[in-house]
Design a protein around this ligand. Structure first.
Ligand SMILES: NC(=O)c1ccc[n+]([C@@H]2O[C@H](COP(=O)([O-])OP(=O)(O)OC[C@H]3O[C@@H](n4cnc5c(N)ncnc54)[C@H](OP(=O)(O)O)[C@@H]3O)[C@@H](O)[C@H]2O)c1
Length: 236
């Protein structure tokens, strides 16, 4: 895909991987619709990005009404959308399932899985109107492995994998390409937002979000005629 002049929606754009992808795509000339809950962080990122159109949409992906309003506004603001990057997600602190609070179970599934499905459903009709379009869903190694203590997080990420694989087949004969990313640990604040702790030296080995962002930029800009249907990324 020739990226210059295209428009991408990025969920989870206020932090971590989504923020790094926003900067990476802006350098390729991609216009950006940035979604996350924290308005102040989105506004700061918008200020730092130069040379492309950037609009920010404070939105809680747990709320279908907010998602509907946001997608409507994006379509009015940009008219065409070529790429949907579903990156937003929250962690579930590792513990046995019977100890996980009800609210956390609801929030993890609503953010990581239901919100991703709902926004994809609403954006797809616009993507289908383009000559070439792409949806990339960020899952995790927890979306194909069996990680101890991560029952709910893992359920959400296996769900993302199932959804991604089915819509990739459903859309195979269309102009919309679909891929899933299954990465190992990244050096972001994801875990610490829940009070998660690591043994000494573990977090330090994780990958830099900007390195995975470069992979995502390549997935979109790849040579015409190929598509990376699934990407698994580990740190060294
Ligand atoms: N970090 C890792 O090691 C790792 C490994 C494998 C997979 N992943 C996955 O990679 C993705 C990005 O994670 P990250 O490490 O970059 O995490 P992060 O730094 O914590 O960023 C998460 C992003 O999601 C947004 N978000 C969370 N809840 C939201 C909601 N209800 N509505 C809208 N936006 C919401 C956050 O923004 P607001 O707080 O402003 O809403 C933030 O922009 C996630 O899907 C995560 O599960 C991460």
């Amino acid at each position: 895909m020739i990226l210059k002049g295209k428009t991408a929606i990025i969920t989870g754009a206020s932090d971590g991987l989504g923020e790094a992808v926003a900067f990476g795509l802006s350098r390729e000339g991609v216009n950006l619709a940035l979604i996350a809950r924290r308005r102040d962080r989105l506004a700061k990122i918008k200020k730092q990005i130069k040379g492309v159109k950037v609009e920010v949409y404070p939105c809680d992906l747990k709320d279908i009404h907010q998602i509907k309003q946001t997608v409507k506004r994006i379509i009015v603001d940009f008219i065409n959308v070529d790429v949907l990057l579903n990156i937003a997600g929250i962690w579930q602190k590792k513990m046995p399932v019977e100890e996980i609070e009800e609210q956390i179970i609801s929030d993890v599934i609503a953010t990581n899985l239901t919100g991703l499905i709902q926004i994809t459903r609403l954006v797809l009709p616009v993507l289908k109107k383009q000559d070439e379009a792409a949806v990339i869903n960020v899952s995790s190694t927890s979306g194909y492995k069996i990680p101890p203590g991560q029952s709910v997080y893992s359920a959400s990420k296996w769900g993302v994998r199932g959804f991604t694989e089915v819509i990739r087949e459903d859309l195979r004969e269309t102009n919309v390409k679909v891929s899933g990313i299954y990465q190992a640990g990244m050096k972001t604040g994801l875990f610490f937002k829940t009070g998660e702790k690591f043994a000494p030296g573990v977090f330090e080995k994780f990958m830099e979000p900007k390195d995975l962002a470069a992979v995502i930029v390549f997935m979109l800009a790849r040579p015409k005629g190929i598509w990376l249907e699934e990407v698994r990324v580990n740190y060294k």
